[in-house]
Design a protein around this ligand. Structure first.
Ligand code: DAH
Length: 353
């Protein structure tokens, strides 16, 4: 009994001196003294060995010890709390908040907007047309004869369904279909809408093997200007202005004769390489020139196909891809990245307007 009382006194001292400021040592204290296998529970077990007349005294001492340990435990918890709040362990108000990742425009959208806004400043407006198109608007009206290679099964995705009573549906292979639709609409409104000055951005489809450089769908911007007395000089000046706005004031233009069924004469426009300034580099394949678009004077047959008097009116048209300048100006080396929607790729364009 004497020994036990001495032990209790020692525990009391130990408990009194216990110092803790962190949650773990507070928990250690609870387990050691107050836990179900702790010291106090253990000592209580000694009751059965205490002679009857001493049981009361022992019980009293044990109750005191337990109450003492419980009070100490409360004050330890308090100390831990105060410590944590003052050292800011629990809520650190100075930590930065959870980041909100802002969305970003797709690089193709950025490039489209850039191209279109230059023409908008020149008085062109935006026109839209269907991606599922019929043979007339995609080919025939554009003077693309029945056996022209562009109609080849290898290039065009044909649609087998019968829609609106006929079966010659396809996925448009270029945005030139919008030219036809806008000019036709003009006829319906009695030529009241001339001059026409439009740019038509949109998606086009071709049956090509997908690789780093080509895809079975991509984007183009088509342009059309029809009025009285529109000349090739207007075409050159408009497209030269566009190229300078787009690629920098220092570039020089070059128009090479070319062939498109829907324009006569036709040309391809090159500019001095905006990467090397015309000296020759990998991008321009050492030629100093990069091709940026196809263009020409609208073929009289195309105007007539849409009911526009080709003796009175002339026009110019042009068409350019969006992916290629986007790849060159943003340094993208694989066209497939544009359609895979990998956020690691897309978020690199966050800061661009
Ligand atoms: N439609 C042509 C293509 O997809 C691009 C084009 C060239 C459009 C000349 C035009 C043009 O309007 O005049 O390759």
């Amino acid at each position: 009994m004497e020994q036990l009382l001495e032990q209790i006194e020692n525990y009391k001292k130990e408990i009194g001196n216990y110092a803790a400021t962190d949650p773990q040592s507070a928990e250690n204290f609870r387990i050691k003294y107050l836990g179900s296998k702790g010291i106090i529970k253990n000592l209580m077990g000694e009751m059965k060995n205490i002679p009857g007349e001493k049981k009361k005294e022992f019980g009293q001492m044990m109750n005191d010890l337990k109450a003492f340990a419980e009070t100490k435990y409360e004050s330890i918890k308090e100390a831990v709390n105060v410590h944590q709040q003052s050292s800011g362990d629990q809520i650190d108000l100075s930590l930065p908040g959870d980041p909100l990742t802002p969305g970003s425009r797709h690089p193709i959208t950025l490039m489209r907007n850039r191209i279109v806004s230059i023409f908008q400043r020149l008085g062109f407006s935006i026109a839209d047309g269907p991606e599922i198109e019929d043979d007339w608007h995609n080919f025939t009206a554009l003077n693309i004869s029945e056996n022209h290679p562009a109609r080849d099964m290898q290039d065009t995705f044909y649609i087998q369904h019968q829609l609106e009573g006929h079966t010659d549906w396809l996925l448009r292979t270029h945005t030139s279909n919008v030219q036809i639709r806008v000019m036709e609409k003009n006829r319906q409104s009695g030529q009241g809408n001339l001059p026409i000055r439009i740019v038509c951005p949109g998606r086009v489809y071709r049956n090509e093997t997908i690789s780093a450089r080509s895809h079975c769908f991509f984007h183009q911007v088509e342009g059309l200007y029809v009025d009285e007395h529109v000349s090739f000089a207007d075409l050159k000046q408009t497209l030269y202005f566009f190229a300078q706005e787009m690629y920098g004031k220092d570039i020089k233009p070059r128009f090479r004769p070319s062939y498109f069924p829907f324009t006569e004469p036709s040309a391809e426009m090159d500019i001095t390489c905006f990467i090397c300034g015309g000296k020759g580099c990998r991008i321009c394949k050492q030629t100093g020139w990069v091709e940026i678009l196809g263009c020409g004077m609208v073929h009289p047959k195309v105007l007539e196909n849409c009911g526009i008097d080709s003796n009175k009116y002339t026009g110019f048209a042009f068409g350019m891809g969006i992916e290629r300048p986007a790849m060159l100006l943003y340094g993208v080396n694989d066209i497939r990245l544009f359609s895979e929607n990998d956020v690691r790729f897309l978020k690199q364009f966050t800061s661009m307007a």
